[in-house]
Each structure stands twice: as C-alpha cells, then as structure tokens.
Design a protein around this ligand. Sequence first.
Ligand code: ZN
Length: 456
Amino acid sequence: MKKTENSYLKRSQSLIELIDKSPTPFHVVEEFKYQLKNEGYVELLEQDSWDLAPDGKYFVIRNGSSLTAFCVGIKMPEEAGFKIIGAHTDSPNLRLKPNPEYIKNGYVQLGVEVYGGALLTTWTDRDLSLAGRVLLKQKPVKARKSSRGKQKPLSAIGYGGASRLIKFDRPLLRIPQLAIHLNRSVNEKGLVLNSQNHLPPVFALSDGKIKSKKMLKELVAAELNCAPADILSLELQLFDLQKGTLAGANNEFVFASRLDNLASCHAAMSALLESPRKDAATRVLVFYDNEEVGSETAQGGSSPFLKDVLERISAGSQNPRESFMRGVARSLFVSADMAHAIHPNYSEMHDANHLPMINSGPVIKSHAGQKYATDGVSASQFEQFCLKAKVPVQKFAIRSDMRCGSTIGPITAANLGVRTVDVGSPMLSMHSIREMAGSKDQENLIRVFKEFYKPV
Ligand code: ZN
C-alpha cells in the first residue's frame, strides 16, 4: 500500500475509534477534553473569571455536551479576527423516557422518544445498548472503572450531587421486526413504524413481579458501583454496538454510526491540535449539542455560547466591546456538517449539475433561501483553502423542487453577524443508525481545515 494511501486510512481509523468511544454527546465531549488536556489546553469554567494569555490554549464545556476550544491569537481580535470552525456533537437516536419500564405480554420493555430525524427502520433488528449521563445524589466513594467518565460535581443551584457517564458494552436491547408472514406487504409498502407503539425495545422477560420494573436502575447502579437509591435521574439513549469499519473492495468507504456529525468534529479537532502555535488570529472551534432538534437550547447553536466566549477573549483589549465587534467583522465561520453524496440508485433526487462524489473532497453547500449561509465571498475563501491544501472541492445545491435541510451555519451567521460558509464531506445513509462516507474524505477535510488554521 502506498504511503499516502496509508495516511488517509489512518485518519479514518482514528475517526472510527472516536465514534466507537462516543455513543452520546457527553462521551464525545469527555473524549475531546482528554485529548485537549493531553495537548496542554487548560479548562476554563464559565462561572470563573478568566485571565487569558496571548498564544494560550483553552477550552470551555457547557452542560457536558457542548465544547469550545481556542488558541488565543498573538494579536488582538480587532487586528486579526477569529478563525472559527463549528460542528455538532449530537446525532438522531432513541432516548429513554423518565419512567421507561413497563411490562407487556411477558416482556419488560423501555419507553423511548425519538430524538431528531432518525431513519427509524434502521433501528430494528440491531444489537442495541444504552449510554448517557447519570445524576447521583452524592459523589460515589470510589469509581469501579477508570477515572475517565467521572465528571465534576455540577454547579446548578441546589444540586450538590455528581454526574457520571455510563456506557454498557453488551447488547441489552432489541427492536424486533414483525416477521414477513405477519406483515406480507412490507416490501411493497415499506415498514411503517408508529413511534409510541412500535419502537419500545424489549429489555428482558418479565418474572411477573414488580422487581422487573426496578431492573434498569439496578443495572445502572451495579455498573457505577452505587446504590439504586442514589440515582436521581438518567439521561440514557440507545446506540448500536456494532463497531465502525473500513469497507468496500479497496477500503474506499467507512461504515459507522454518527458520521453526521462526528466526522466534522474529528476533522476540526485534529486540525486545531495539529496546527502550529503563534497565529495572529484567534483559532476557535465550537461543537454544539442539540442541532438535530433545532438548536434552541442553552448549549445549542442558538445559544450565546460562542458569542460569550468570543466576547471574553476580547475582554483583554482596551476597548473590549469594540474589539469583539471589529474582531467578528474580520472573521470567518466555517460551519461543518455532512453533505449528501450522489446515490447511484436515486440519482434523480439530485440536481444534475450538483452531484457530490465520495472521496472527491469537501462540498460547499449553497441555498438561495439561505438554509445554508454560504455566499460568494465565503465560498471563494473556502475554495482558496482547498486549492492551497491541494484538495479537490465540490459544490452542492438542492433540487429546486425540494425542501432544503439546514445547519448551525445560518443560525450562527444571524446571531453573530459573522461571514459564514457551509461545508462538509459527502456521505450516504444520512441519519441511518449506520451511515456511510469515504475513507479519503476525512484526511481531505483535515488538510483544508489545517490550511484555514495556518498562522498568517
Ligand atoms: Zn448534521
């Protein structure tokens, strides 16, 4: 295998490792926290006062599920601006309801809600497990497993307990499909799933006693080495245990869960961590939770998270407010989210002049109705980074008779008034439990992001 080929595949392997470790936004933020600390980045808390140094490296976490990391420029924002890459940590999935357990026809089942625009049929007949965050009454005395995943006490008013991450590594759940003999027209009419009736997974066989209803808390308590009574609340979601893999006759593909949008997070983080120090501009990345449900949360794209951090970076200037506004006016926001590759079996769903191909480089997304925030200037800026990085670039616009999806790009552009470009690697099976992308595109995107972050 050629050396260059090998470096592409290594990148994709590293992405697959991140995805396998990170079934939830909490886990991906925890993993990035570990990586940032390893590279000398200092964690800042939003409730503390900050004292930032030029060329200093910092990160901030909100709700354990959104993250901003930045390397302060050696010039003030009003002179050199911000180079920002944004992405999202969440993916569509099924989440447990607050009182999930019930018994029906001899089975113990768990009530679930749909989070985001999941392709629901892909969640059937999979080896599913549970992961997420557990809120405890008090800090457990000792952690049974490694210290990673153990979070600091949360500072919310009146809550003195601790939060712990959890990830079961064995199949606990399944949403069994109805046999074709009982659903004869399924192949012609498609599988129609009612979210309330058809999605609750089976968890166990019931012994007919009330004990079955305590099974989940007992399982969680045993995993965390605490008493079931210590558990105040669970934020658990389902995930597929099958690990990601390189695939295709020549390893040209990646098959994995949550490529949308952990591929963009991985690319932005790799670029930041590998970029040399001493840039005039302040390099920033922001990863938001809750993009898949509209971003309207305290840690979502519509929140002031990024604005707060940029304002505080500007606070060291003699005229902080003006420094922030002048800084934003000099900045570019790269909104990174996956793009729709041409599907060979459904090519009529694409505009014939905009057919992104897998492994042919990042895609610049435009939309006249501004569902993507790209304009001519931001597209040209991004295209130049691709040219300099010697990476091919593609363009996407939706069919004119179809509704366009959106990203954190337009939200951030409107909130901050920052010039924005919407980009992303091409993929298939978006929002399936198991998605598909190109094994070369991860390295392609990282090279372009590194060009963007290159000191000037
Ligand atoms: Zn996305």
